[in-house]
Structure formats: structure tokens, C-alpha cells
Design a protein. Structure first.
Length: 202
């Protein structure tokens, strides 16, 4: 197990965060997209800093507003995903964290989202990458961890798993009712049973 921390948890510049994370004894780092965007330097420079400090990029996060989109937004979302995969190759990580959509264009439906994640898993697998899905407590349709698990279960792809960051907040949402009701158990029809999905918890 590699202990890691997300850059979003610290203040300062990305360089200062990397130095602090390494000094604290972490071996892993989770790169938050805003830290990368606001960094005054290239991705190659960031990779060099990480290597110099002995840090492994555990995940790149978050990929927003992906699932449940109608055309033409759906194709644009997959195009964005491919660019994220390109960036991840430069950073040296194989795990992309996807948070549930808050897009005004998003449509509901567990199966619709599952189909999107199956295709994303297919694309990720061709590049030896994985995808972890989290239910944001304020997601437009998916804000309950049980729904995120059902989407992953139906996606039925070994490169698609779960992320648990917002499990508590999603349970605490007032008067919340999940989009689906189901037992949280392993499924013989699912290539990614619960105990495998949870090994990706960030």
C-alpha cells in the first residue's frame, strides 16, 4: 500500500505542495487538476519535480461532467477524456478519478451512465489505464454511493472501479433517495466485484 495525499488538501503553489508532501513522508501524490492548470511551468517540469522528490502519482483528479450527456456533448466528453489520458501518460499515472456530473446538460439514468463508463473503460484499457468513479454529494443525479456502485456494477468492466471520497457526504444529503435500490453485494455477472472495486479507494 502506498500512502498518498491529494494536492487539493494543502495550500500554496504546486511546488510547495510537492515539497511538503515529500517532507511529510508520503510516497504517493494525487494531482488535483487546478494545481496543474495554475502551475507556472510545463508538465515535464512537474514530472521532474515529482521524480526528484521520490513521489508516485497515484491518480489524476477530477474529471468532471462526463456521464449521461446527450449528443453532441457526449462525444466532446470522450474527446476530453482522451486528452486526460494523454496528460496522465506524461505524469506517469494510470488512474483517472471521475466525479458524478453536475452539468445542466446531463440526463439521468443508471443504465445510461453505466454504458458511458463501459465505453470509457474500453478506451482506458487500450492505454493500460483505469477509471475510478465517485458520487459527489452535490451531483445532479448521482449523489449516493449506492448509485455509483450500481453504475460501476452495470458497466461491468475490469478497468472501472469506485472512489469513496464523498461516501459520507452523499449519505448525509437531506431527504435523499438513491436513483436505484439494491444490495451492496458481489455479483456473479460483474467482472469487477465489490472487493476489487474498493481496492481503488483514493
Amino acid at each position: 500500500m502506498i500512502y498518498s495525499i491529494a494536492t487539493v488538501c494543502l495550500s500554496g503553489t504546486l511546488r510547495q505542495k510537492i515539497e511538503a508532501i515529500a517532507k511529510a513522508g508520503f510516497r504517493g501524490i494525487e494531482i488535483f487538476e487546478n494545481d496543474l492548470i495554475t502551475h507556472n511551468g510545463s508538465v515535464h517540469e512537474i514530472r521532474s519535480m515529482l521524480d526528484d522528490h521520490g513521489l508516485e502519482v497515484v491518480t489524476y483528479q477530477p474529471f468532471r461532467d462526463f456521464e449521461g450527456l446527450p449528443a453532441p456533448y457526449r462525444q466532446k466528453a470522450f474527446d476530453r477524456a482522451e486528452r486526460k489520458f494523454d496528460l496522465m501518460e506524461q505524469l506517469g499515472t494510470d488512474l483517472l478519478m471521475v466525479c458524478s456530473s453536475v452539468s445542466p446538460h446531463a440526463l439521468g439514468g443508471i443504465q445510461r451512465a453505466a454504458d458511458d463508463f463501459h465505453e470509457l473503460g474500453e478506451r482506458a484499457s487500450t492505454r493500460n489505464m483505469r477509471v475510478a468513479y465517485e458520487a459527489l454529494g452535490w451531483g445532479k443525479y448521482v449523489y449516493d454511493y449506492r448509485d455509483s456502485w450500481e453504475i460501476v456494477r452495470r458497466a461491468n468492466h475490469e478497468n472501472v472501479g469506485l472512489c469513496s471520497i464523498h461516501f459520507i457526504s452523499s449519505l448525509a444529503k437531506p431527504n435523499s433517495t438513491p436513483c436505484s435500490t439494491f444490495p451492496v453485494t458481489e455479483s456473479s455477472s460483474c467482472k469487477l466485484p465489490m472487493h476489487q472495486a474498493f481496492r481503488w479507494i483514493i
